[in-house]
Write a protein that binds this ligand. Structure first.
Ligand code: ATP
Length: 357
């Protein structure tokens, strides 16, 4: 078991493209760290540099207390699970899982013991003699995990391992991976573009964009205290609403003036420098209240999801989403008034897009 330390890591591809820019990241031993971000943000490149599959252009990588920049992948004591499983089609499940151990010249009995144990953990004991083509997608993914488990690595690296599974299986495997992490008590580094996977699985999340790390923290912190507009919009579904506003002060009270309407905000020191300035007010859909008072908006669409409804609203040119109880019926075209629950809002600097703190 081991932690990882990435110090000022850079990746410039031979064509000159800078995919990862000076990132610092410390992953604690036994942590489930999720690297999340949109396509092309550099998360796979980062994982592949940790695995040793991609050369580090500049910076230092430590696994445990060992500097591993120049250590071959097979000597890094890591195991990687890929999106496409990468199983050997002509080998049985048992042989697929035991192959790396055979290469290490481990005894037949030890290989059998380790494969058996991993198969038990993953619930695939009855499939050891089958070939990959005789398995479902979920079962194949378990074999790919089993192949990593038998090696008893210090660190598991996973690159979108669930993205080839259908939605239902993905949810199931998500829970299984969380259990697996608890059972193995090993460091996991997991790459995904799916914010739900990040939120549900990570003990910490590292949000990346454009080759940079924007925020590293526990899921709840990232959700409740995003450092900037990008993180705020990327984490959470449906995404946070952004309402352009001007902060004003009247009779000692602070308001966000949005078009002709005003929303009362808490009077806070952090907002003082922004009085008279344009900002973006961030409000999550679940913190929108539809009722008396607030910003006027028109109902454009309703999505009934059972116990709750997503209301798609239009305020001038701005699109908003409110998550409301399904008890109240709104018709398309209704003009409603929107306010904010319990001061649950964020204020972002218009220019830097950073959260105002
Ligand atoms: P995805 O979720 O789509 O896999 P990602 O965040 O994992 O995205 P990377 O695969 O790390 O992104 O790629 C980061 C950037 O580097 C992308 O813009 C990609 O086009 C570029 N890139 C990746 N591999 C190479 C390469 N071999 N040569 C040049 N550019 C590359």
């Amino acid at each position: 078991m081991a932690g990882l330390k990435l110090t000022k890591i850079n990746k410039t591809y031979p064509n000159g493209f800078k995919a990862v820019k000076d990132i610092d990241l410390e992953i604690v031993d036994k942590e489930f760290m999720v690297l999340v971000g949109p396509s092309g943000c550099g998360k796979t490149t980062t994982l592949r540099m940790i695995a040793g599959l991609e050369e580090i252009t500049k910076g230092d990588l430590e696994i445990g207390d060992k500097h591993v920049n120049d250590v071959a992948p097979k000597d890094r004591d890591i195991a990687m699970v890929f999106q496409n499983y990468a199983l050997y089609p002509h080998m049985s499940v048992f042989d697929n899982m035991g192959f790396a151990l055979k290469l290490r010249k481990m005894s037949k009995q030890d290989i059998k013991d380790r494969v058996q144990k991993a198969a038990e953990i993953l619930g695939i004991e009855s499939m050891l003699t089958r070939k990959p083509k005789e398995l479902s997608g979920g079962q194949r993914q378990r074999v790919a995990l089993g192949r990593a488990i038998v090696r008893q690595p210090q660190v598991f690296l996973m690159d979108e391992p669930l993205s080839n599974l259908d939605a239902k299986l993905r949810v199931q495997m998500r829970a299984e991976l969380i259990k697996l992490h608890r059972e193995l008590q090993t460091t996991f580094v997991y790459v995904t573009h799916d914010q739900t996977e990040a939120m549900t699985m990570g003990t910490r999340i590292c949000v990346m964009n454009d080759g940079l790390i924007l925020q590293v923290d526990k899921p709840s912190e990232i959700y409740n205290h995003p450092v900037n507009k990008f993180v705020a919009s990327f984490i959470g579904a449906p995404q946070m609403n952004f309402i352009p506003a001007v902060l004003i002060e009247e009779n000692g009270q602070t308001f966000a003036k949005c078009g002709d309407s005003k929303l009362l905000l808490k009077s806070e020191d952090r907002l003082k420098p922004y009085i008279g300035k344009s900002v973006d007010l961030g409000v999550r859909p679940e913190n929108c209240i539809i009722g008396e008072g607030g910003i006027k908006a028109v109902v454009e669409l309703r999505e009934l999801l059972g116990s709750e409804t997503f209301l798609y609203l239009k305020m001038g040119e701005i699109n908003l989403i409110a998550r409301v109880s399904s008890d109240v019926d709104y018709a398309i075209g209704d003009v409603v008034e929107l306010s904010i629950k319990n001061d649950f809002y964020h204020v972002f600097d218009k220019e830097t897009e950073m959260a105002v703190v």
